[in-house]
Write a protein that binds this ligand. Structure first.
Ligand SMILES: *[C@@H]1O[C@H](CO)[C@@H](O)[C@H](O)[C@H]1NC(C)=O
Length: 431
């Protein structure tokens, strides 16, 4: 069994955050099973058994921003998913108030399904509507889904953020993620907006071949645990041409991911583009094959960060990661590897991290650092980083004046081309 919960702990200066993704399988049965009697206007509905278009309004959705349209959405999805061939689910323009809704398969006789989402979806702020493992909108166990149409998912998070105790205590109830994708194959997500999620905006878990582009994500820079896009245990994911400003990581690449490409993303405010945190649990998967290219970070806490826990209970690997053509505008930690992460007092012994970092390439990273140390390579004393390369790094201090510094430990990085800040010399021990 895979662990159903993933917990990431963050400690940054005086603030500690706890991010938890509920990656657990939720049964295909839905709570809002309105069934076939729910407002169908058969005359207006195209044929049901052989593809066609399913409009939530034909299943009773009002789209007036006041009526709870969850049951209508579920009924329309059930009809679409139970159909065959090429299928379209339409959410027309309008404001749809929704509790948790699950768009789950398998849709056994459907070849491909397009969700044409043009509406403005508003999450109910009544937290009692969300079960213990419910997120808000969930897509799961579907092959060949395209989600498009330019719609908006508004999590209405501001009302819920005061109830998020995770930043201050490990025992906390998780708030719902705005949009979660679980065990999907061959998914395309285009041109969607996520606003003010209660917790994460988008989580992609156990998916294969997932392509997202033109995503817009927005929440205040001080909103708690509002990660933009969190990835875990996926193969073959691309995220491109997207604009993310939020209160936590813009994109976090968690354990078990391979072949991930992140291009053309602008991030800020937020905590940057992160790999990790890795190495908190037993049996975590490796991270292999990551490319982050043509991205811009503005006013963020971190730029590119790789973070692993000290005292990790198990070994794992993160390797073959390239960060290329990245612009940093006034970023506190533009390049940072931190393998000593351990916010708990129980980590007093601080055994070195057992996550092996190797084959890491930073190429053409330029811009400004808002803190004096622009490059931090803090590797594990137990397993020093292997084959870390920096080529053409030019990071000035935002404040001008003196030259930025670099700091490193347990790594012998290879440097070529421009190096501002100048390379540091690290202690490297063989354990
Ligand atoms: C490194 O990752 C890239 C991108 O996923 C992949 O194309 C390449 O084959 C990988 N290289 C090795 C040596 O695994």
């Amino acid at each position: 069994m895979r662990p159903d919960l993933r917990i990431i702990l963050f400690l940054f200066c005086f603030i500690s955050f706890i991010d938890i993704v509920n990656g657990g399988r939720v049964g295909a049965g839905t709570k809002a099973g309105g069934g076939k009697t729910n407002g169908q206007k058969q005359g207006a509905s195209p044929p049901k058994q052989s593809g066609g278009t399913f409009d939530v309004k034909s299943y009773g959705a009002k789209g007036d921003g006041r009526n709870d349209d969850s049951k209508a959405f579920t009924a329309a999805w059930k009809a679409a998913c139970g159909s065959s061939g090429t299928v379209k689910l339409v959410v027309p323009k309008g404001t749809f108030l929704l509790g948790p809704v699950k768009f789950v398969g398998p849709c056994k006789t459907v070849d491909s399904i397009t969700v044409q989402m043009q509406g403005f979806l508003k999450a109910t702020s009544d937290l009692s509507r969300y079960g213990s493992s419910d997120d808000w909108i969930e897509f799961g166990w579907v092959e060949g889904l395209t989600l498009t149409g330019g719609g908006t998912f508004d999590g209405q998070g501001a009302a819920s953020w005061p109830f998020n105790k995770c930043p201050s205590t490990a025992k906390c109830k998780l708030l719902p993620t705005n949009v979660k994708f679980v065990q999907m194959t061959n998914t395309v997500v285009k041109g969607l907006t996520s606003l003010n999620s209660k917790f994460f905006h988008i989580a992609v878990l156990d998916c294969k071949n997932f392509k997202a582009s033109g995503i817009r994500i927005s929440a205040p820079g001080n909103s708690p645990n509002t990660d933009g896009i969190h990835l875990e245990r996926n193969t073959d994911v691309s995220i491109s041409q997207s604009v993310i400003g939020t209160g936590d990581d813009c994109i976090s690449v968690g354990q078990g991911n391979s072949d991930i490409s992140i291009t053309g993303v602008s991030c800020g405010p937020g905590h940057g583009i992160s790999v990790g945190s890795l190495g908190k649990y037993k049996d975590e998967g490796d991270v292999t094959g990551l490319v982050v290219k043509d991205c811009t970070l503005t006013g963020t806490m971190n730029g590119i960060r790789i973070k692993t826990w000290a005292n990790s209970p198990d070994t794992s690997v993160a390797s073959n990661m390239t960060f290329e053509d990245i612009v940093m505008n006034n970023v506190a930690n533009p390049i940072i590897i931190d393998q000593t992460y351990c916010p708990y007092t129980t980590c007093a012994s601080m055994a070195p991290s057992r996550v092996k970092l190797s084959d890491i390439f930073f190429k053409n990273i330029r811009g400004t650092s808002s803190s004096p140390v622009a490059v931090t390579l803090e590797c594990s004393k137990g397993i020093p980083c292997q084959n870390v390369n920096l080529h053409d790094v030019h990071l000035d201090l935002t404040s001008g004046g003196t030259v930025a510094k670099s700091a490193c430990n347990y790594v012998e990085a290879k440097y070529s081309g421009t190096q501002i800040p100048p390379p540091c010399t690290a202690i490297v021990t063989k354990s």
